[in-house]
Write a new protein. Sequence first.
Length: 158
Amino acid sequence: MTSASPQASRLQHLIPGTLVFVLALIVAWLSFTAEPSAAFLFPRLIAVVLLLLAAWNFVRCLLGLSRVGSGISPSELKTIAPGLAIAALLMYVAAKLLGFYAAAFIAYLLVYAWYDPASHLDPGAWARRIGVTAGFMAIIYGLFAMLLQVQTPRGMFF
């Protein structure tokens, strides 16, 4: 097996690093130009952090300091794909219909149940799953609604 040339390796990191940097610039620009400005305080904070990390990564790619990874193997992709599909479907589709907190509760519970090795026939395991999910959502609600005072997508519930 031959290894990739140093030029191909650098290009392998430079293309995605550039794309992420451009995306971070766009997100930062949008968060600072969107109205009403008070509603974008938290997104601005995240956008600045994202932009700083993307710039740091971009410079590392330019200088060739990025390490070549092995990527995601097919078995790893097969393991994470159901969780990604559940989260994406419920958060991007159901959030508009049900509301952010209801959709997030359902998504978290389903992902937790999918990957939890405990039996799906055990009522105690379901009580633990629901309890952990409720606790997680209480923290998310406290963070977004109370501490940051960010309005989340509204739906049928919440």
